[in-house]
Design a protein around this ligand. Structure first.
Ligand code: C2E
Ligand code: CA
Ligand code: CA
Length: 544
C-alpha cells in the first residue's frame, strides 16, 4: 500500500471487506481533510449507516453519553496531539446501545501529504468483560495451586435492567460504580474484578463463612438505598474443583440460586447444589446432543382450548416436552428454563414452531377457525438473526391465520423496542398475538394498548377456586370487562373443576377456556382421536 489515492481507497475498502469476513470486525479509513469515513461494508450489520459517510453522520450514531469523549479524542488526533488511540464508547446499534472499542492510528500519505486515520471497530461484550474475567480466573488458579482456604464470592445487582429502564442508564452505571467501590472498601484483602455487566467477583482468603456473610451484609447495608444485591459464594477448598472454571461455575450457580430464592440474599454453594449442578450439566449435554440428533426425546403435546358456553374445541396450546435418555421426564418449566439459560431455546423454539405450523394447518382443515397457540419467550426474539430464522419458517406458509403466538408478559416485553415491528411483520401473515400468564407480571391493560395484541390469557392462579375467592372472581371480571373495551379476547387458563367453570360462566365475555377439566395436554394422535374427529365432546359438561 504505497499511497492512499482514491483508487487505492477502493482497493483498501475491498481489503477491508475481506478482512471483515475473516475476523468479524469492522474496519475504517478516515480521510481527515474531507471528513469522510470509509467503512467495511459489514458496518450495516452493526448500525444504520452506509459504508461511505461524512463524519457528522457517524457522530449521530454515537450515544449522547459518549459523544464528547469521542469528539475530543478526534480533535486531539487532528491537532497531532496524539497519533494513536484506543477508546470504548457506545453507539446506537440495531439492537439498542452497543459498546464498541475503536482503535487506530494516523498515517500520512508520502505522495500527497494528506492525513488518514486507519482503524478497526469491534463490539465489546459487556456481559463478559474478558480482561477482568481472565484476571479473576488467573487469581482463582493461583488460589487452587496454593491450596488456599477461604471463599470466592460474586455479587450481582438485582433487577439492574428495571433500574436502567426506570431511571435511565446513567443511574444504572453510577450504581455499578458505587457497588464496585463499596465491595473494594469491604474486601481489602484482594482485588475486586468486574466479571459481567453487573457482576463483581473477589477472593476472600482465610475467612470463615460467617465472616464472609458479615462482609456481604455490610455491602448490602451500604447499598440498600440504591439497589438490592444478591451474592453467591463457594469455599475454595471444600468442593472438588481443580480448575478455576469449575470454581467460577459453582459461584455463578450459587448466585443463580440466591436470585431464585427471592434475591437480596447470599447463597453458599453446598453439596446439594453440587449434586444438582452435576445433574444439570449431564442433562444439558444430553439436550445438546439430542437437539443435533434430530430433536430426539423432544415431543409436543396439545391441550384443547374450548369456547365458553358451548365448550366446542376451537384450538389448542402446544406444550413442549422432553423425555431423557433414561426415561425421566422433565417438567416443561424446568426444561424451558434450562434451554433459556444455555442458549438452546432458539433452536428448540424454531423446531416447535415449524412442527406446530404443519400440525395447525392440518387441524384447521377439519375445524373451521381452529387456532394453534405456540409459546415463545422473549429470548427467542433477542436478535435480528433469530427473528430472521423465525421468518424463514413463517415464510414457508402463505398465510398463518391459524397460529397464535403466546408471549409471557414481563417488563422487558413492554419495553422491548422492536416488538411492535416484529408483531407487525407477524400480523401481515395473519398471526395473532396473545399475552400469556396475564396478571402475574407488570400488566396494565393500558400498556397493552401500546402493543397490537389480540388476546390475553388470564393466569391459572386467578381462576383457581374462583367460586370461593371473591377477590379473584372480581379481578377476573374486571380484566375481562376492560379487555372488552379494547376488543381483546380473553382466555381463562387452568379450569380444573366444575365449580370454577360455573363461576366463570357467570362472567360474561370470557371467550375461551383451557384446563384439566377439559383435558390434559395430549399427543397429536390422541388429540386427533378425541377432539378433531369429535369437536364437541364437552356439550354435556354442565348437565347434572
Ligand atoms: P403456560 O404457557 O402457562 O402453559 C400452561 C401450563 O399450564 C402448561 O404447563 C399446562 O399443562 C398447565 N395447565 C393447563 N391446564 C391446567 C390446569 O387446569 N391446572 C394446572 N395446574 N395446570 C394446567 P406445562 O406444559 O408444564 O408448561 C409450563 C410452561 O412451560 C408453560 O406455561 C410455558 O411457559 C412453558 N412452555 C411450554 N412449552 C413451551 C414452548 O414450546 N416454548 C416456550 N417458550 N415455553 C414453553
Ligand atoms: Ca402459554
Ligand atoms: Ca399461561
Amino acid at each position: 500500500m504505497k499511497d492512499f489515492s482514491i483508487d487505492n481507497i477502493k482497493k483498501i475498502m475491498n481489503l477491508f471487506n475481506h478482512l471483515s469476513t475473516a475476523t468479524g470486525e469492522y474496519y475504517y479509513l478516515i480521510d481527515i481533510e474531507s471528513s469522510t469515513i470509509y467503512f467495511s461494508s459489514n458496518i450495516s450489520n452493526l448500525c444504520d449507516i452506509s459504508d461511505t459517510v461524512m463524519i457528522n453522520a457517524w457522530r449521530k450514531t454515537i450515544s449522547q453519553y459518549d459523544i464528547n469523549k469521542v469528539v475530543s479524542n478526534y480533535s486531539s488526533l487532528k491537532k497531532d496531539k496524539i497519533q494513536e488511540y484506543d477508546i470504548n464508547f457506545r453507539i446506537n446499534g440495531h439492537n439498542g446501545l452497543q459498546w464498541v472499542n475503536s482503535r487506530g492510528k494516523i498515517f500520512t500519505s508520502n505522495k500527497t501529504n494528506k492525513r488518514y486515520l486507519l482503524g478497526r471497530l469491534s463490539t465489546v461484550d459487556t456481559n463478559a468483560n474478558n480482561r477482568n474475567l481472565q484476571t479473576i480466573k488467573r487469581n482463582l488458579k493461583q488460589a487452587i495451586n496454593k491450596h488456599e482456604k477461604g471463599y470466592f464470592i460474586i455479587f450481582g445487582i438485582d433487577d439492574l435492567k428495571n433500574i436502567n429502564l426506570q431511571y435511565g442508564r446513567q443511574i444504572g452505571d453510577s450504581i455499578i460504580n458505587d457497588l464496585y467501590k463499596t465491595i473494594k472498601d469491604e474486601i481489602s484483602e484482594s482485588p475486586v474484578q468486574r466479571i459481567g455487566s453487573d457482576v463483581f467477583g473477589a477472593i476472600i482468603p482465610q475467612k470463615t463463612s460467617k465472616e464472609v456473610n458479615k462482609i456481604y451484609e455490610a455491602i448490602q447495608k451500604r447499598m440498600k438505598d440504591e439497589c438490592a444485591i444478591s451474592a453467591g459464594s463457594v469455599s475454595l477448598d471444600k468442593y472438588y474443583a481443580n480448575d478455576e472454571n469449575i470454581l467460577l461455575q459453582y459461584a455463578e450457580t450459587a448466585l443463580y440460586y440466591a436470585k431464585m430464592k427471592g434475591k437480596n440474599n447470599l447463597h453458599f454453594f453446598n453439596s446439594e447444589d453440587y449434586e444438582k449442578l452435576l445433574k444439570e450439566i449431564k442433562i444439558v449435554d444430553e439436550l445438546k446432543r439430542n437437539i443435533s440428533n434430530n430433536f430426539k426425546g423432544f415431543q409436543i403435546l396439545y391441550q384443547p382450548i374450548v369456547a365458553n358456553y358451548t365448550y366446542e374445541v376451537v384450538g389448542c396450546e402446544a406444550l413442549v416436552r422432553y423425555i431423557c435418555d433414561n426415561g425421566d421426564k422433565l417438567s416443561a418449566q424446568y426444561l424451558v428454563s434450562l434451554l433459556e439459560k444455555h442458549d438452546l431455546i432458539d433452536q428448540v423454539g424454531l423446531w416447535v414452531l415449524d412442527n406446530t405450523c404443519t400440525q395447525g394447518m392440518l387441524w384447521r382443515q377439519h375445524i373451521q377457525n381452529f387456532n394453534m397457540h405456540v409459546n415463545m419467550s422473549l429470548a427467542q426474539l433477542s436478535t435480528n438473526k433469530l427473528h430472521n430464522e423465525l421468518l424463514n419458517i413463517i415464510n414457508k406458509y402463505t398465510f398463518l391465520d391459524f397460529i397464535t403466538i403466546e408471549l409471557t408478559e414481563s417488563i422487558e416485553l413492554y419495553n422491548y423496542p422492536y416488538l411492535n415491528d416484529i408483531i407487525k411483520t407477524w400480523k401481515s401473515k395473519g398471526i395473532k398475538i396473545a399475552i400469556d400468564d396475564f396478571g402475574t407480571g407488570y400488566s396494565s391493560l393500558s400498556r397493552l394498548q401500546q402493543l397490537t395484541i389480540d388476546e390475553i390469557k388470564i393466569d391459572k392462579s386467578f381462576v383457581h377456586n374462583m367460586h370461593e375467592n371473591i377477590y379473584n372472581a372480581k379481578l377476573v371480571k374486571n380484566i375481562i370487562d376492560l379487555a372488552k373495551t379494547f376488543h381483546i379476547n380473553v382466555c381463562c387458563e387452568g379450569v380444573e373443576t366444575i365449580n370454577e367453570l360455573k363461576a366463570l360462566s357467570k362472567i360474561k365475555n370470557a371467550h375461551t377456556l383451557q384446563g384439566y377439566l377439559f383435558a390434559k395436554p395430549l399427543s397429536a394422535n390422541a388429540f386427533t382421536n378425541q377432539f378433531i374427529n369429535d369437536p364437541n365432546p364437552f356439550n354435556n359438561l354442565l348437565d347434572d
